[in-house]
Design a protein around this ligand. Structure first.
Ligand SMILES: Nc1ncnc2c1ncn2[C@@H]1O[C@H](COP(=O)(O)OP(=O)(O)OP(=O)(O)O)[C@@H](O)[C@H]1O
Length: 360
């Protein structure tokens, strides 16, 4: 199944495969260090089949949150369930068993230097007691899936960062997990390699039906791969929703900050300094028009100019696609300032958000 079909067919179901309810995590005081509450009242649902990204600044609690999901940390209170299993209630042996259905990949890959690509991917299967013949049958197709069939016998030191992460992904998939956790998996990679690894995660999600929960501090990662996003700030989830909705209508200040790194527009310096708040002779009105959702699909710029019989100059434009849907910001100049009220009204009728930036 192609990715586009996967998204449009809504492969992510409403049922949550990962469910956090009322989770608090406090690290106990140690020596002179006071206790730290890293997570407060976390409620989060990751729908089966989704790719959900958790974004937050350094220290927001992302690593703690993801480590709770595979039982590397235990919650101080609240419930963490994966496919219906209460992770914190498991004994050590049952937890080890459960972790086979929860793969994880890491920022620094965590490969064993003395093992080849094959040996690294084989490791979780060896630990699970799988026979040598079965291991070969499982590992080679996985290395093929991640594009490394020609690197089977290479050691980590002989691989690029992107190739090491591919080994990490193959290893995480070895035990056929339902869920893949990604802890800043692209943070150590350049932008082009990041894109390739994100494309591979999408492929794994779509073709192997693996739900992905990833944490990142980069909004470009969320934009590139996630169909849902949760924003975490000082240990609390402050916003959660479909990626397109969060990008086009961020509610919380932290979210707005993250989003503006991708969608924000800033007037060029020479214009910004000339801008005045009140109209005067010879000055043009500068109006920002934001188009998204329904409004983005229609030829609204030509409708505006034709209907109002106005000349509009384009000062600045930024158009992007998020989850396959357009979203953009356009700053126009309007010489005939008398037509400003009509421009604002008609723009609103067309589904655009408007803001008068000033006069220049
Ligand atoms: N084992 C621990 N003992 C005490 N405090 C901890 C421990 N692990 C994390 N913390 C604290 O919990 C808070 C959240 O840390 P966490 O590593 O989850 O944040 P993060 O969002 O992943 O940050 P980064 O992006 O920098 O990795 C921080 O204040 C951190 O100092």
């Amino acid at each position: 199944m192609k990715l586009t079909e996967h998204i449009s067919s809504g492969a992510a179901s409403d049922e949550a495969i990962i469910q956090l309810r009322g989770v608090e995590k406090t690290f106990a005081a140690r020596g002179a260090n006071a206790p730290v509450t890293a997570l407060h009242e976390i409620n989060l649902d990751v729908p089966r089949g989704a790719i959900l990204g958790v974004i937050g600044r350094s220290g927001a609690g992302k690593s703690t949150l993801i480590r709770l999901v595979n039982g590397l940390e235990l919650p101080s209170s609240g419930s963490v369930r994966v496919d219906g299993v209460e992770i914190s209630a498991l004994e050590e042996r049952a937890l080890r068993q459960e972790r086979r259905s929860i793969g994880m990949i890491f920022q620094h890959f965590n490969l064993l230097a003395r093992r080849t690509a094959f040996g690294n991917v084989a490791l979780p299967l060896e630990i699970a007691g799988v026979s040598k013949a079965e291991i070969r049958k499982r590992v080679l197709p996985l290395l093929d899936l991640v594009g490394l069939s020609d690197k089977v016998d290479r050691y980590p030191a002989e691989l690029s960062g992107g190739q090491k992460q591919r080994v990490g992904i193959a290893r995480a998939l070895a035990t056929n997990p339902k869920v893949l956790l990604s802890d800043e998996a692209t943070s150590a990679l350049d932008p082009e390699t990041t894109e390739q690894i994100l494309a591979l995660l999408k492929q794994v999600n779509a073709e192997l039906d693996v739900t992905v929960l990833l944490i990142t501090h980069e909004m470009s990662v969320i934009k590139g791969v996630a169909d849902r996003v949760a924003v975490i700030d000082e240990g609390r989830i402050v916003e959660e929703g479909a990626t397109y909705d969060v990008f086009t209508g961020p509610q919380h200040a932290t979210t707005r900050n993250f989003v503006s790194s991708i969608t924000g527009t800033r007037l060029p310096e020479h214009l910004a300094t000339r801008l005045s708040a009140t109209p005067s002779a010879g000055k043009e009105a500068l109006v920002q028009l934001v188009f998204k959702g329904e409004g983005a699909a229609q030829p609204w710029l030509s409708v505006l100019t034709r209907k109002l019989d106005v000349d509009l100059g384009i000062v600045q434009a930024k158009v992007d696609h998020i989850s396959g849907r357009p979203f953009g910001t356009l700053v126009v100049s309007l010489p005939d300032v008398a037509k400003l009220p009509a421009l604002l009204e008609t723009s609103k009728e067309l589904g655009l958000e408007t803001e008068v930036l000033g006069y220049a």
